[in-house]
Design a protein around this ligand. Structure first.
Ligand SMILES: NC(=O)c1ccc[n+]([C@@H]2O[C@H](COP(=O)([O-])OP(=O)(O)OC[C@H]3O[C@@H](n4cnc5c(N)ncnc54)[C@H](OP(=O)(O)O)[C@@H]3O)[C@@H](O)[C@H]2O)c1
Length: 277
């Protein structure tokens, strides 16, 4: 890999959803192939953690990436580190106005979106008896409403044959104590992948859910608490450790590329076997 490219990247999406060949030749006569060469990807919540790892992997595979996040300084730092193929658009994925601003910025590129990753998610939790309407709304506004309207507002910009990846969680299929709202919100995200795939079948847009298990990130540490909790969770994972954001990014790349051309409406679990055994 590497070397100057002598032919322009052309890894776009055909209207029928098939990829255009992405082979290029380096100055040394070697063949360079990125799975997302020439593609435009949008990743929400990408200034740190899993979203950032996904953006980094997409860039390595030849994509241009538009990233979002609420804190402009953190987003700016990520954009600077990820390089010139990445653009940052600050905004809150639970705000419809901010989503409009994001789509305006994407529209201004003049390019269709080949890959959309609705990754922004999370939220504060509380035991059942202590949950407040405000906390409840915060979780559902981001994970359910935000995910839904991220896709809806991107529709006019998505290429026919585009791939949409909705970041859910293994929590959507379990009953972790004191996480009723988060768990249910991620179940909704998984459900969206089914219905949206059906709703978008005429455009050959594939929508899949990506469900990480415990993955080391700032969000994860905040969510689970201290070292002792992390050690206990790692023990419950058959592979014996917490996952890395790069491992989730590899699965996101599969769903975002033509390698998954016959995968639609599915849930890809990346959890070291935690929810599978
Ligand atoms: N890590 C895990 O163990 C795990 C497991 C299962 C599922 N997930 C899911 O994976 C996704 C990413 O999690 P993570 O662990 O990488 O989280 P993280 O480390 O907290 O990173 C979250 C990223 O999203 C941004 N973000 C948060 N809220 C946002 C909002 N309202 N609008 C726009 N951007 C927002 C954050 O930047 P700002 O704070 O500046 O906005 C940050 O860049 C989430 O959907 C999460 O539920 C994570």
């Amino acid at each position: 890999m590497g070397g100057r490219r002598v032919s322009p990247p052309q890894g776009r999406t055909r209207p029928d959803g098939r990829s255009i060949t992405t082979t290029t030749t380096s100055s040394r006569g070697q063949t360079d192939m990125g799975q997302l060469d020439g593609a435009l990807a949008v990743v929400t919540g990408g200034s740190q953690g899993i979203g950032r790892a996904i953006a980094a992997r997409f860039v390595a595979e030849g994509a241009d990436v538009v990233l979002t996040g609420r804190r402009k300084d953190v987003l700016d730092e990520a954009v600077a580190e990820l390089g010139p193929r990445v653009t940052g658009v600050p905004g809150d994925a639970s705000s419809l106005e901010d989503l409009d601003a994001l789509m305006d910025a994407v529209r201004a590129t003049g390019r269709p979106v080949d890959v959309l990753v609705a990754n922004a998610g999370g939220g504060s939790e509380a035991p059942l008896a202590e949950m407040t309407p405000d906390l409840f709304d915060g979780v559902t506004d981001l994970n359910i409403r935000g995910t839904f309207f991220t896709v809806q507002k991107a529709l006019p910009l998505l290429a026919d044959g585009a791939r949409v990846v909705l970041v859910s969680s293994i929590s959507g299929s379990n009953g972790d104590r004191n996480h009723a709202t988060y768990n249910a919100s991620k179940a909704a995200v998984r459900s969206f992948a089914r219905t949206m795939t059906n709703d978008l079948r005429e455009r050959s847009i594939r929508v899949n859910a990506l469900s990480p298990g415990p993955t080391m990130s700032v969000g994860f540490s905040d969510f689970v608490g201290g070292e002792e909790s992390i050690r206990r969770i790692a023990e419950a994972v058959p592979v014996g450790r917490i996952g890395r954001p790069e491992e989730v990014a590899a699965a996101a790349l599969f769903l975002a590329s033509q390698e998954s051309s016959f995968v639609a409406g599915a849930e890809l679990v990346v959890d070291g076997g935690m929810s599978q055994v």
